[in-house]
Design a protein. Structure first.
Length: 119
């Protein structure tokens, strides 16, 4: 893949392009038979292929664990799956990173939206 300034990063709250790059590489190899370190592709092609990663790939499996909300599924998670999910959520919980003032400001914004919508 060509090295260039990274702009227009694909946004997904369940994976991090840098932190999960090993999983992304493994998933591209598995799903597309593409070796990212040896391939010369454009950023837009990379982004499009990344958006199409299937749940059966290494990245897809981790994203499935991190994003699971079904209580019945969570009951059947292994300790390791719970650890993966909880670690990700604790590191990526934007609300926890907000100060009390920022939380209050966000609440005000939501209240204004409801006020405008429902009078």
């Amino acid at each position: 893949m060509r090295h260039r300034k990274l702009k227009n990063l694909p946004e997904n709250k369940w994976y991090n392009l840098f932190e999960d790059f090993d999983l992304i590489e493994a998933s591209f190899a598995m799903q597309y038979n593409i070796r990212l370190r040896n391939d010369d592709m454009t950023w837009s092609e990379f982004s499009a292929l990344l958006k199409g990663i299937m749940p059966e790939t290494p990245l897809g499996q981790i994203v499935s664990i991190r994003s699971e909300e079904d209580k019945n599924m969570l009951k059947n998670f292994t300790k390791e799956q719970h650890k993966i999910r909880n670690d990700w959520r604790s590191r990526n919980n934007k609300v926890r990173e907000m100060s009390a003032e920022e939380k209050e400001e966000e609440i005000k914004k939501v209240q204004e939206i409801f006020s405008k919508a429902f009078g």
